[in-house]
Ligand binder design. Sequence first.
Ligand code: A2P
Length: 276
Amino acid sequence: MPVVPTLTLNNGVAIPQLGFGVFQVPLGETQRVVEDALEAGYRHIDTAAAYGNEAAVGAAIAACGIPRDDLFITTKLRNGEQAIAAEAFEASRRALGLDVIDLYLIHWPVPSAGLFVDVWRVLEKIYAADGVRAIGVSNFLQEHLDTLLAETTIVPAVDQIEIHPTFQQAALSAKARTLGIAIEAYSPLGQGADLNAAAVTALARKRGVSPAQVVIGWHLGIGDIVIPKSTHLDRMTENLAAAAITLDRDELAAITALESGARIGTDPAKASHSQM
Ligand code: A2P
């Protein structure tokens, strides 16, 4: 099994840099898929209340027999529950069957609701009460990070945002890193679309690896935490093996050159309270 590097978050907590995401994994398949991912060697699983599959993730965790301390589990606060964040956190903890969540994120800033600063203060309390080992945000743009940093105490450990070769958010990533906020890439393969880019397939041929391994190797090389998903065990194994690939500077640059502003998900400035 490949050794996955760990990054140290700004509060000293270690996170496996390559994890497994379960966004869009069908509910009926989630327990099997997470059990397969754990069997393949993943130890970092990323879910969210809004995905509706926390209980299935929890069932896989309970069934796997892996010591709790060897696992790193992330979940996220649903937009529609920002006004009841403390209760929502408890519900997530129950659904996952865990006393302590490793990383809890505000899923979207929902600026139109004007709640994210208050929500962050609730997460700070949950952190102080040891309900969670690290707290962070997702889909926060620079202006949202600036507001949080100006008005609250704890600097988010991570900002989980859409990043893949054709949509990199490089300025936001660079700014977050200067603030001590680690960047986590979601939809890291561009939901599969970026695997067909000519620069990716050419580099895959040259290195004798798969296009997904090139793209995951690129994320690891630029310092992202990355959470690819697949419902297929062979692809889970293939993706995890990318931990052993080190792209050189020119190879990284060839993939970075694919930036084309191809956002797949919702613009965080516009994501609504009812969504997710
Ligand atoms: P599948 O689940 O059928 O394997 P992202 O993580 O960016 O959201 O991308 C997930 C998409 O990429 C899914 O459609 C998944 O399909 C596909 N995918 C994941 N790993 C691979 C791989 N190694 N090769 C090809 N497609 C992959």
